[in-house]
Design a protein around this ligand. Structure first.
Ligand code: 2P0
Length: 328
């Protein structure tokens, strides 16, 4: 099945007059059990389920207008968007393009683009919501999650606040691979952003995971391990057990990076400052502070801790940007 066919069965139609506008917003999410590897790149189906938490104060707000014309016009934070950004957006918008029409897209991002903070996740989730508004589809969150998934896998999880699980699904047609929220809230949970480098990463996630699946001899162990992490994290969240959540999330991230490093040519996102920050986290834990880290396809760390550990964590990471995912 092509992605065009996939999308057509999910949406009621593409009827809207030129000038019609839609808006949508969505938060960034941080995976605690990572998505790494596709089983179908046409429908963007993952080899493993993943579990994330949304950062409600960071994300994307998007306005889309249907226009006559040959070409989409895309702005990012008030400036013409970089060519690669526009190309990726337009390729996804092709799935929803009425004949002869183009889209004007205004995107406001409160995250540094392509710095391992998953701006594509909030971006495609916000865009899916904006199209739902523009075409007045009134789709449910599960269906929007599948549309966003085609744009970027991790976007499937950005339709929700709080914790979300993206189910890998079993079906070849991709209709059972969507994300849904978990009901639990965790008011004391904190995420600390350690930004050691916010420049563009050398290898994008899509290329990095494809290379890992194709050449890493350790990858065979990953999908089952990741599935187990999702189950164990769900239990840790239900029990509100910080130590269990931190241990599983950190181990999951390091295992993902181990598969990246064991790829040919290697995909190493770490820089010396990343390793120094990891060692600082381990030293804090050794000294009795409940803090763990996770890392995505980039050099930056995201610290996981509870509010009462904040003074000790900030003493070791004075520049830490702290986010409360369940702030009232
Ligand atoms: C995640 N990452 O679960 C993992 C951890 C990066 C490392 O999802 O190819 O941009 O667009 O589906 O979603 C980043 O990958 O990849 C990602 P595509 P995406 O958050």
């Amino acid at each position: 099945m092509t992605r065009h066919e996939f999308v057509r069965q999910l949406i009621p139609g593409l009827t809207a007059a030129p000038g019609t506008c839609g808006t949508g917003s969505a938060p960034v999410n941080i995976a605690l059990a990572k998505y790494w590897g596709k089983r179908d790149s046409e429908l963007n189906l993952p080899r493993n389920s993943s579990l994330s938490v949304a950062l409600p104060s960071l994300g994307t707000r998007t306005r889309v207008i249907l226009i006559d014309g040959p070409q989409d016009r895309v702005t990012l934070n008030g400036q013409p968007a970089p060519e690669g950004f526009t190309r990726r957006l337009s390729a996804w918008l092709d799935l929803f393009r009425p004949a002869g029409a183009a889209f004007e897209v205004e995107t406001e991002n409160s995250v540094p683009t392509a710095a391992g903070l998953a701006s594509s996740a909030s971006g495609f989730a916000a865009l899916a919501r904006a199209l739902d508004d523009l075409f007045d589809w009134q789709l449910d969150a599960r269906t929007l999650s599948m549309l966003a998934r085609i744009g970027s896998g991790s976007a499937s999880r950005s339709l929700f606040d709080g914790f979300a699980v993206w189910h890998r699904g079993e079906r070849d047609d991709g209709l059972d691979s969507w994300a849904e929220p978990l009901p639990q809230r965790w008011p004391a949970l904190r995420i600390g952003l350690v930004e050691v480098d916010v420049t563009q990463k050398p290898v994008g996630s899509t290329a990095g995971m494809t290379r890992t699946v194709d050449t890493c001899p350790l990858y065979d162990a990953w999908p089952d391990f990741a599935e187990r992490c999702v189950r164990d994290l769900t239990a840790a969240i239900e029990a509100r057990d910080m130590e269990k959540l931190g241990e599983i999330a950190e181990h999951n991230a390091l295992t993902m990076h181990a598969t990246m490093i064991a790829t040919r040519p290697p995909v190493l996102y770490w820089i010396p400052e990343s390793v120094a920050a990891m060692q600082r986290v381990w030293a804090l834990r050794q000294a009795g502070t409940g803090v763990w880290f996770t890392m995505d396809a980039g050099p930056n760390l995201k610290l996981l801790f509870e509010a009462d550990a904040r003074p000790a964590v900030v003493a070791a990471f004075p520049d830490l940007r702290i986010i409360a995912p369940f702030a009232p």
